[in-house]
Design a protein around this ligand. Sequence first.
Ligand code: ZN
Length: 162
Amino acid sequence: MTDRLVEANRHYAEAFTDPGMDARPVLHVAVVACMDARLDLHKALGLQLGDCHTIRNAGGVVTDDVIRSLTISQRKLGTRSIVLIHHTGCGLESLTEDFRNELEMEVGQRPAWAVESFRDVDQDVRQSMQRVRTSPFLLYKDDVRGFVFDVRTGLLREVDPA
Ligand SMILES: [Zn+2]
């Protein structure tokens, strides 16, 4: 399967010209989103090459590693706004923290990370917003907005931060 991707890259590179861009995102935005395959962030948000940072993981959860990326994004690469995107039908809704026990049983070692499973997607977005707002490492926390992407309609719905 990877060979197919590498082949596609050859075609991509044939038509590629050096955009001569700075690494600093043009829109000064960092987007944190779930890794879900149904969410095409650039298309869904009208983003172009160079516009923003995209930070993705299972759930679009604000973990320590996301804070690491956001800190570098803000302090070294000039972003000032944060957009958090979770979505309907997320795989984390069908998991529980029990997954860690299953792993421990199978491989004999308990992962240090939390599964970050959830039942209420709005509440999970609020928790992520809260983690951003309480981080001592981030410089800009005034423009932090959270959304739920509907995988059936393609629409974003904003989550009230309260
Ligand atoms: Zn998801």
